[in-house]
Design a protein around this ligand. Structure first.
Ligand code: NDP
Ligand code: GDR
Length: 365
């Protein structure tokens, strides 16, 4: 049985990847940080009682800032494959916590690679590094591909740049099977609530159910190449199954402005919008409401811009060229953006419907 170790296992990608590897028959170990409240919601359905025989999913407490802990977990679990997904992954927050971000996202990757060397496992264990389209930052070339120069635009992206190159360096210096997946934005109903897509789909659900008045956003002009996390974890696995270790761009090849994502998400619940004004004064108002379950008054302002969400330096345009992945990994996304938006909005409407019921439960009976 193959053994995998996933850092950041309770994050969006960790949850989908753990599920995929379990389906493929792996023994899956996951590293999670201690938190004051239980935060394993995304992987609770995979939980196996450690007292049972043949347990194939096991969690370990750990942190990317603690080398001794990483060395011990790797020694104990003896993984064939490591997927390094743990990171302080919020670009805007990285401007507030730059040093921590460098430590966890940059040096954290070095700690894992060094752990393999210290344990003399550099030839046994393959390692996947969660690199990012944020490396491209300020546009140098579109669409962005494996050879496009990097120009990171945030402490997060700079930390990830270090992680990218240290992965390449350990591959070249020590012959390690170490690969970067340069993944463009990928989303799902499991996406963290403060990333823009999930913030939008949650707000759409809350607004049509009368639980929220308005959605405040930052830069509506930014364009992203959005895919579905389920497709992207499949690519991670394929990258580690190659004969030769290489780096790959994983993207859909289609870019969409944040404003259009907002429009599509409201459209899912039958609400049509018109965007009026410019810059910080831009708003979106309801122009039609087709769904009798969700009645919003025509003319209601449901979206406004709040400069609080602007970043000190922004990445305006991301669009990836996944042709290398298509050719060498035989990888193509199964989901398109309309399917992704549909799934995310439906899931959030369901979540908020339950919340609505919970709110008024005490009045019943
Ligand atoms: P999430 O933010 O959903 O998950 C990040 C995970 O890392 C969480 O489990 C988090 O734990 C854990 N983590 C954070 N800091 C530490 C630490 N110091 N030690 C141990 N664990 C830590 O991110 P995604 O699942 O969306 O992304 C996975 C990876 O891929 C990240 O590295 C991200 O930067 C990268 N990436 C993501 C893309 C995307 O569009 N989703 C695109 C390209 C790259 P906790 O829950 O305790 O915070
Ligand atoms: P990103 O994702 O920064 O691309 O990083 P995010 O969803 O946070 O932002 C995408 C774009 O939307 C604009 N935006 C807003 N963003 C947030 N979060 N909140 C808002 O209110 C808002 N309004 C507009 C942003 O300015 C930006 O242009 C994600 C993370 O998953 C990284 O870890 C990963 O590496 C990259 O994707 C690829």
């Amino acid at each position: 049985m193959k053994v995998a170790l996933i850092t950041g296992v309770n994050g969006q990608d960790g949850a989908y990847l753990a599920e995929l590897l379990l389906e493929k028959g792996y023994m899956v170990h996951g590293i999670k940080r201690r938190a004051s409240l239980i935060n394993t919601e995304r992987i609770d359905h995979l939980y196996q009682d450690p007292h049972d025989a043949n347990v194939r999913f096991k969690l370990h407490y750990g942190d990317m800032t603690d080398s001794t802990n990483l060395i011990r977990i790797i020694q104990e679990t003896q993984p064939d494959e490591i997927y390094n997904l743990a990171a302080m992954s919020h670009v805007h927050v990285s401007f507030d916590t730059p040093e921590y971000t460098a430590n966890a996202d940059g040096i954290g990757t070095l700690r894992l690679l060094e752990a393999l060397r210290i344990l003399k496992m550099e030839k046994k264990t393959r390692i996947y590094q969660a690199s990012t389209s944020e490396l491209y930052g300020l546009v140098q070339e579109v669409p962005q591909r494996e050879t496009t120069p990097f120009y990171p635009r945030s402490p997060y992206a700079v930390a990830k740049l270090y992680a990218y190159w240290i992965t390449v360096n350990y591959r070249e210096a020590y012959g390690m099977f170490a690969c970067n997946g340069i993944l463009f934005n990928h989303e799902s109903p499991l996406r963290g609530e403060t990333f823009v897509t999930r913030k939008i789909t949650r707000a759409v659900a809350a607004i049509v159910l009368g639980l929220q008045e308005k959605l405040y956003l930052g830069n509506l002009d930014a364009r992203r190449d959005w895919g579905h996390a389920k497709d992207y974890v499949e690519a991670m696995w394929r990258i580690l199954q190659q004969e030769k270790p290489e780096d790959f761009v994983i993207a859909t090849g289609i870019t969409t402005p944040v404003r259009d994502f907002v429009r599509m998400a409201f459209d899912e619940v039958g609400v049509e919008l018109a965007f009026i004004g410019e810059g910080v004064n831009e708003t979106a108002v309801v122009t039609a409401c087709r769904n009798k379950d969700f009645v919003l008054p025509i003319g209601k302002e449901v979206v406004a811009v709040d400069p609080h969400y602007f970043r000190p330096t922004e990445v305006e345009l991301l669009i990836g060229d996944p042709s290398k992945a298509k050719k060498k990994l035989d990888w193509e996304p199964k989901y398109d953006l309309p399917a992704l938006v549909k799934e995310m909005v439906a899931a959030d409407v369901e979540v908020f419907r339950k919340k609505e019921v919970a709110q008024f439960e005490h009045l019943i009976g």
